[in-house]
Each structure stands twice: as C-alpha cells, then as structure tokens.
Design a binder for this molecule. Structure first.
Ligand code: PLP
Length: 256
C-alpha cells in the first residue's frame, strides 16, 4: 500500500454499515489506499429507517479535521453527509487553509428511506462554501434537481443543463449519476467546463444495495489519490461500483 495514497473521508457514521463512513472506508481500503476520517454525524439506523442523528458541535469537527491533516499527507478528500450548516462551515473553514488535494463532494441531502441528512440552511451553505472548493460534485438526479431548483431531469440535455448550472455555481466538474433514472441503461454524465459532456453508460442492475453513491465518490477519491485523471478515476470507480452492485443483483449475468 503506498503511504502517499491517503484519502481523507469526511462523512457520517451509518450503524447498519450499508452507507456513510463505513461504506466509504471499506471502499477506500479495497482500492489500496490508507485513510483518515472526520465523523460529521452519528446515526442510529437500519437498512429501512434512520432512528436518531446526533451531530457533534463544530469545535469537534474542526478538531478532527486539524488532527487528520496533521497526521500525514492527504492525497484526496471525499465529503459525504454533513448534517447541518455549522458542521459544513467548520469543514469549509478547515479545508480552506489546507492542501490542494482533489476534493470529491457527494451532496448527501436525504437517505433513500426519506430522512433529511442536510438541513435547508446546510443546503444553502453547501452551494456557497463547498461547491467552489470541490474538484468533482457527484449528485444523483434528485440532488442535482434540488441544488439547481429545477424539475427532475429526464433527458440528456436536461441533465447537461443542470450540470452546467452547478459548474456556474463553482464546481470544477460534475458527475450526475443516472442510477435513480429509468431505462435499461444507467448513464452517468461527466461534465467539465471547456469539454464535451461525457456519457458513462452501464447496464441498469436490479439490486437492493445501499450506499452506492457513497461507494462511487469514495472510489473516485481513491483513484485520484493513486494519480488517475478525473475521467479515468470516474471510469474505473464506476466499473468497481458496478461490480459491487452486480454481486447484490438479481439481473441475469451479462455476456457483453
Ligand atoms: N446514512 C449516512 C450516514 C449516509 O452518509 C448516507 C448516504 O450517504 C445514508 C445514510 C443514506 O444512504 P442510502 O441513501 O443508501 O440509504
């Protein structure tokens, strides 16, 4: 394991292990990276419901961040659940004075069971404070619609339009994930300023696996830590997460 490939994961703990920090750290290790972590929230949850969410005070977030940075070089950063605006501000403040490590921001707004995981002031703060810092934003279709105040995108031009709006808000690149859409293919779109939007298609799988968004953003951060370009990191991460979902899938095996 290359000691230089250390990924900082800033995320909420999911007791069930299906998503959040636990999913992130598993993926980062599987991709051959070491990690440091900042716990933004403690949740008590099962695969079906979130019972409790405790968000530590911002001083504790700041202290964790400072300790993580002082414990060795960080090659890439992944941010997941942030919970509320004070936590988000503490993260943005702590990152502001730090390295130029690539930053992958998964804008976790709500769980698939419907629990709000970033409140409304937090959503506003995310646009102002974190979008301008991120190398890559990885919203799903619902998150892209919410962040751009647009209806859910149901066509490639509408997805690209929302990605362009997110670029205009400060993100350097946007990967809009098609997994929550419909149709036989689950196409993600990688959109960067001054480049043609890049479709990343994959066969849609029927599987009940949580934490796929967490896994994808962590895998991208891990590949960036290994030195991949953004496009290569997205392609490889997508292949890896597709294989993880396939292991949970009820689809007939694909021979393509
Ligand atoms: N809990 C935590 C701590 C998370 O970070 C996330 C997603 O990022 C979730 C729950 C929701 O996961 P899912 O939408 O897969 O249920």
């Amino acid at each position: 394991m290359n000691p230089a490939s250390r990924v900082l994961v800033i995320a909420g703990s999911d007791t069930s292990g299906g998503a959040g920090l636990q999913r992130d750290l598993g993926v980062v290790e599987r991709l051959g990276c070491r990690h440091a972590s900042v716990v933004t929230a403690l949740t008590a949850q099962t695969d079906n419901a979130v019972a409790e969410v405790f968000i530590p005070p911002p001083e504790i977030i700041a202290a964790q961040l400072a300790a993580a940075f002082s414990s060795g070089p960080i090659a890439a950063i992944k941010i997941g659940m942030l919970g509320n605006a004070p936590t988000l501000e503490a993260v943005a403040d702590g990152l502001g004075v730090q390295t130029g490590a690539p930053l992958v921001l998964d804008p976790v707004l709500a769980s698939s069971s419907g629990q709000i995981l970033l409140d409304e002031p937090g959503r506003r703060a995310l646009k102002i404070r974190l979008l301008p810092l991120c190398t890559l934003l990885t919203p799903n279709l619902e998150e892209a619609a919410l962040l751009t105040d647009q209806p859910l995108a149901v066509s490639a031009p509408a997805i690209q339009d929302q990605a362009n709006r997110l670029l205009a808000m400060g993100a350097k690149a946007v990967l809009i994930k098609g997994g929550h859409g419909t149709g036989e293919e689950a196409t993600d779109w990688l959109v960067q300023a001054n480049a043609k939007p890049l479709p990343l298609p994959a066969q849609r799988l029927q599987a009940h696996m949580r934490g796929t968004g967490c896994a994808l953003s962590s895998a991208i951060a891990a590949r960036l830590a290994h030195g991949d370009t953004l496009e290569a990191a997205c392609r490889r991460a997508k292949t890896i997460v597709h294989a993880m979902i396939a292991a949970h899938s009820t689809n007939p095996p694909s021979h393509s």
